[in-house]
Design a protein. Structure first.
Length: 381
């Protein structure tokens, strides 16, 4: 009977005394599904432990062999967590057990029936696997704690830098307002233009600093699992963009949208950025933005389509890079961070975002999000 079934095949180091029938016990282990490396001398054992990663060691120990305890101590020195199964005559167990610093995983009395030896070896391999899992989980926890700590420190640093950078901007802005209030019309037309350029530049720099701070503060939500009604998300978006919609006389057509797994406030930020871009990068026509959804690939694809200036195919990946702005859009307000934020939000939700567009024929942003009943973790799909 194979004790392993469909489980991963463990590797064991089999140590037999010199003069033992070569291959007999090792063949028995292999027939039960183990991978074996067979050794006899201490030098062979040390070399094998340096070359391979074992799940367990099986030592066939004669009670008359005084060097066996030293060998077990050597194994413990080379790999303290490696479980050892000792097969030994009953009358020699007590004396040798006392000489092993860490003890052995199991002591098995010699018998013609190898079932007990095989069973204890398999249990030792399971013990080794459990220890590895525990060690890996500890490493992951430590890494996550370190990442969380570094993330918090980065946000604190970004907040301090943003405050320090905005302070002189506010001073410049204040003096510009004072000049406008007291001296506008007293300069020539060129000076008034220069002053307005300073005011516009200060405003752009202030927006850029705040957008970078927003990007730095955006955190992935581990295992996004809240059920979010996108109809309500779009209702909040329309309310937030009421001024831009009215000013541009834009038409918004919003279809029936699904329920997805996500974070409400981040999804509001996502679709607000997409619709705001659709209005901002409009053509000479009256802006029309259509939002629709469809079920696809275990989730939902949300389409935000417009009739604006479009995006050339060669730029459709680059627009999601932070601070990237298209040559045609540099005269329009913006910092080139909005779509980078959109991409980060979507990826944090385990989804993806892409574009279908042609120059001067509008653009459609497509967002795949996991279904509310089957949420995915960050980056999963």
């Amino acid at each position: 009977m194979n004790l392993l079934g469909d489980r991963p095949i463990p590797r064991i180091l089999l140590i037999e005394p010199l003069g033992a029938t070569p291959g007999r016990l090792g063949q028995g282990f292999r027939e039960e599904g183990f991978k074996t490396v067979e050794t006899h001398s201490t030098d062979e054992v040390v070399e094998a432990l340096k070359q391979h990663d074992f799940d367990a060691v099986v030592v066939v120990a004669d009670s008359s062999d005084q060097q066996r305890a030293g060998l077990l101590r050597r194994i413990h020195q080379l790999d303290p967590g490696l479980p050892v199964v000792v097969r030994i005559c009953a009358d020699g167990k007590g004396e040798e057990e006392a000489t092993i610093p860490s003890g052995a995983f199991a002591w098995v009395c010699r018998s013609d029936d190898r079932h007990e030896l095989l069973r204890n070896t398999w249990l030792a391999c399971q013990c080794r696997a459990a220890r590895r899992v525990a060690d890996l989980e500890a490493v992951i926890r430590e890494r996550d704690e370190r990442v969380t700590r570094l993330g918090a420190e980065l946000i604190d640093f970004a907040s301090v830098v943003a405050h320090d950078l905005r302070s002189p901007l506010l001073t410049i802005s204040g003096y510009c307002d004072l000049l406008c209030h007291e001296y506008r019309g007293k300069f020539d037309e060129s000076a008034d233009c220069h002053l307005q350029s300073i005011i516009d530049g200060v405003a752009r720099m202030n927006r850029l600093i705040m957008d970078l701070l927003s990007y730095a503060k955006l955190r992935c939500i581990n295992r996004v699992a809240d059920k979010v009604e996108l109809d309500q998300v779009l209702s909040d978006v329309v309310s937030n963009l009421d001024g831009a919609i009215s000013q541009s006389d834009a038409i918004l057509e919003i279809g029936v949208l699904p329920c997805v797994a996500g974070n409400h406030s981040q999804l509001v930020q996502l679709f607000q950025n997409l619709i705001d871009n659709a209005i901002k990068f409009r053509s000479q026509q009256r802006p029309v933005v259509r939002v629709s959804g469809s079920e696809e690939s275990g989730g939902h694809v949300i389409r935000v389509a417009d009739n604006g200036i479009g995006i050339d195919p060669e730029h459709q990946e680059a627009v999601f890079h932070i601070l990237h702005r298209l040559p045609r859009s540099r005269e329009l307000p913006g910092t080139g961070i909005g779509l980078a934020i959109c991409k980060k939000i979507v990826e944090c939700h385990g989804g993806r975002i892409w574009i279908e567009s042609e120059r001067d024929r509008g653009a459609t942003f497509l967002v795949w999000l996991p279904d509310a009943e089957h949420p995915a973790g960050p980056g999963e799909q």
